[in-house]
Ligand binder design. Structure first.
Ligand code: TXA
Ligand code: MG
Length: 347
């Protein structure tokens, strides 16, 4: 199949993309978080194509993207008041709400679940595409299952050239990690996946909110099943083995430098993920700078790009510093820990 790549800057590009979606095809498009791989959410056949293109397990449900808040009541069987309050505060934006699904939403889209995930993205290209096509767009992150999510059109081309109908190129995304997923079917709302809409921000609006215990790093050896099916898979991973090194900054650098030297002696190439502040500290490794420690926003934005670049640099193993765990840091560390398969070295 030929994959058309179009800049998202002309009426023709949008018309063509909208037509493909209406006819049951797949179009990748930018959102503010990551690129999405879109298809008609109410068309089971389109959903099947998404799973096939990504190589995604079919029990892992898709997020349905909407361009108007009111669409929530078409996709959900029942919309509690707090969902409307959240929509008012955070939509359009990086918050996905889980609600009981309406009959219109096929099980093919929800991975067989009785619930549906809905999000109104805050990106002009995404909103215009959904509006012009007149459909609800099921879109997982645009990456082959298990790989880092795509944050630039180039990443999407790398993974999907020849496998989908079209890619709308809207440049690099703003946020860089996927939306916060919040389950509203429980009495106390549960964060199933952390994102840049933090627990604190949600609690200001809702009162008590809890985080799914299964996704916390300290509970990994307990083998609790995560409530979001997608969180149980190893994810976001570069091809080389990744280890996070935590501890006092000086010791972390010493340890990584020692590992670089040991590896060099064995003829192995070592990658390092660090920040602008520390990038001069490492000798002999392939150093990738992910942003400034002071700005977690830039770290989130650069994370997947750096993980992908390591695949091209053909390193044998990668060490990452641990990044600040402020509210946004929690989401970043969640992705990094998953990419590392929870391999963490404390020094
Ligand atoms: O920022 C984002 O959310 C991006 C952009 C494209 O919008 N999308 C995205 O989709 O990250 P995806 O499919 O890669 O991740 C969706 C996550 C998965 O972990 C999935 O298991 C969970 O949301 N999820 C979806 N529907 C669910 C449901 N009904 N119940 C529980 N978890 C659900
Ligand atoms: Mg994903």
């Amino acid at each position: 199949m030929e994959t058309k790549v179009r800049k998202a800057d002309s009426e023709e590009s949008f018309q063509e993309a909208a037509r493909i979606l209406q006819q049951g095809g797949l179009v990748a498009f930018p959102t503010e978080t990551v690129y999405g791989l879109g298809g008609n959410a109410l068309d089971e056949e389109a959903a099947k194509k998404i799973y096939a293109a990504k190589g995604r397990p079919s029990d892992n449900p898709l997020i349905v993207h909407i361009a108007k808040k009111e669409a929530l009541s078409i996709l959900a069987e029942y919309v509690p008041k707090r969902a409307w309050v959240l929509a008012e505060h955070f939509w359009p934006g990086p918050l996905t709400m889980i609600l009981p699904k309406s009959k219109r939403v096929p099980y093919g889209t929800t991975g067989g679940l009785e619930t549906v995930a809905v999000r109104m993205p805050n990106h002009p290209v995404a909103l215009r595409l959904i509006q012009e096509s007149g459909i609800y767009v099921a879109a997982p992150s645009a990456n082959i299952s298990g790989r880092p999510s795509g944050t630039m059109a180039e990443h999407v081309i790398e993974d999907f050239e020849g496998r989908i109908d079209m890619i709308l190129d809207g440049g690099m995304v703003k946020v860089g990690i996927e939306s916060t997923v919040l389950d509203l079917t429980e009495e106390v709302p549960v964060i199933l996946r952390p994102g840049c809409i933090t627990k604190e921000m949600l609690e200001e609006v809702l009162g008590e909110v809890v985080t799914d215990q299964a996704i916390l790093p300290q509970n990994q050896d307990k083998h609790l099943p995560p409530k979001a099916p997608g969180m149980k898979y190893k994810h976001y991973a570069p091809k080389a083995e990744l280890t996070i090194v935590t501890g006092e900054a000086g010791r972390v650098q010493q340890t990584i430098n020692k590992l670089i030297t040991d590896n060099l002696e064995k003829g192995l190439k070592t990658g390092v993920i660090t920040t602008i502040e520390n990038q001069q500290m490492y000798i002999g490794g392939v150093v990738q700078c992910i942003g400034s420690k002071e700005e977690t926003g830039t770290i989130a934005r650069g994370l997947y790009k750096v993980l992908r670049e390591f695949d091209h640099l053909q390193v044998d193993c990668i060490y990452a510093e641990s990044f600040v765990e402020d509210s946004m840091g929690e989401a970043i560390m969640n992705r990094l820990q998953k990419a590392a398969g929870y391999s963490i070295l404390e020094v």
